[in-house]
Design a protein around this ligand. Structure first.
Ligand SMILES: NC(=O)c1ccc[n+]([C@@H]2O[C@H](COP(=O)([O-])OP(=O)(O)OC[C@H]3O[C@@H](n4cnc5c(N)ncnc54)[C@H](OP(=O)(O)O)[C@@H]3O)[C@@H](O)[C@H]2O)c1
Length: 307
């Protein structure tokens, strides 16, 4: 375990301008003055806590009306101080759309792209997929390369590390999205100490609190929390329910913000990655990165209300 990682993990006051290469992004620095940031323990780099997913939301026909909406989704994301976008070569045409949208909008340099080695077996298949991913994303490197759902993880993680050595990948990680896979994910993280892990975490899916989050804190592994809305199902649970009376004092004006703040109130969580193809929902989600987090009492009340 690295002492530097432990030191950085415990330091929350490193917020400031985010550097890509050696170029400070002035517009981003201005926006991030308000959006909460956290530290990536492996490097000390700070990152905005609100990221975004692309599963489903970016799987739309190129140049369709939904594709045009995604331009505004991305504009609002970056204007609001977001940077991390999670995707995968197996999310239909999401990588193609993300690549062309970032190119059209001139936003590639401001994006922290997290993609995956997904559904492949063996080094050759993994490498071919990664090279294809770079073409689809219209880039020559990605910020984070994750082994998707632990598939063939020994070979694929070794490949991701090789690509990191070559400068084509900045960080490596492993992912899953099921409560039932959390022990296996924890075992792999314990054994391999990646820079990032990604796991599901929401008001009703809290399994990561048992082993995964304590381990991430102990080892200095950054965490992406996925499925913060249980793929949208959480909104059905609160249909017709008012927000708790204390929502206002936590700066919360919607259930989406409430669910995202719940996840962010767990200190091991570095970035949440809600997915939407709708600009107004993107603006809504970004607000969860502002103002106070939930207290332990508020978290418990929310679990009782929604769980
Ligand atoms: N194993 C893995 O690595 C793994 C597995 C699962 C997910 N992921 C990543 O995590 C991301 C998020 O997970 P997810 O897409 O499964 O589910 P999610 O973020 O929990 O939920 C997405 C759903 O919530 C809706 N939504 C988003 N913002 C909203 C808002 N403000 N108000 C009301 N509804 C809202 C979306 O609808 P609209 O689009 O209509 O707005 C969509 O139906 C994925 O996109 C993917 O990048 C990774």
């Amino acid at each position: 375990m690295s002492t530097r990682r432990q030191f950085i993990a415990g330091t929350s006051a490193l917020a400031g301008s985010f550097l890509l290469g050696s170029t400070p992004i002035r517009a981003f620095a201005a926006a991030s003055a308000t959006l909460r940031t956290r530290v990536i323990p492996a490097s000390g780099e700070t990152i905005s806590v609100i990221g975004m997913g692309t599963s489903g939301s970016f799987e739309v026909p190129a140049r369709s009306p939904q594709y045009q909406d995604l331009k505004e989704v991305l504009r609002r994301f970056f204007d609001g101080g977001g940077t991390l976008i999670d995707t995968a070569p197996t999310y239909g045409n999401a990588e193609d759309n993300l690549g062309s949208l970032l190119a059209e909008l001139g936003l590639r340099e401001r994006a922290f792209i997290a993609t995956k080695l997904s559904g492949v077996t063996g080094r050759d298949e993994g490498l071919a997929q990664f090279n294809d991913t770079l073409k689809r994303l219209q880039t020559d490197k990605v910020e984070l390369l994750q082994v998707h759902n632990l598939r063939d993880w020994k070979t694929q993680l070794a490949l991701a590390r090789e690509l990191k050595e070559q400068g084509k990948v900045k960080y490596v990680g492993v992912t899953h999205f099921l409560e039932s896979a959390q022990d296996e994910l924890a075992d792999v993280v314990q054994q391999t100490r990646p820079d990032f892990l990604q796991i599901n975490y929401s008001v009703t899916q809290r399994g990561a609190e048992k082993r995964v989050f304590p381990l991430a804190k102990e080892l200095g592994v950054a965490v992406l929390a996925n499925r913060n809305f249980n793929d949208g199902a959480l909104f059905d649970r609160v249909k017709g329910k008012s927000l708790p009376g204390w929502a206002k004092e936590a700066g919360i004006t919607s259930w989406a913000q409430m669910f995202l703040k719940f996840a962010l109130s767990e200190e091991a969580v570095t970035v949440v990655i809600p997915a939407t193809g709708k600009p107004d929902r993107q603006s809504d989600n970004l607000k969860a990165g502002l103002g106070p987090l939930l207290t332990p009492t508020q978290k418990a009340e929310l679990i009782a209300l929604v769980g």
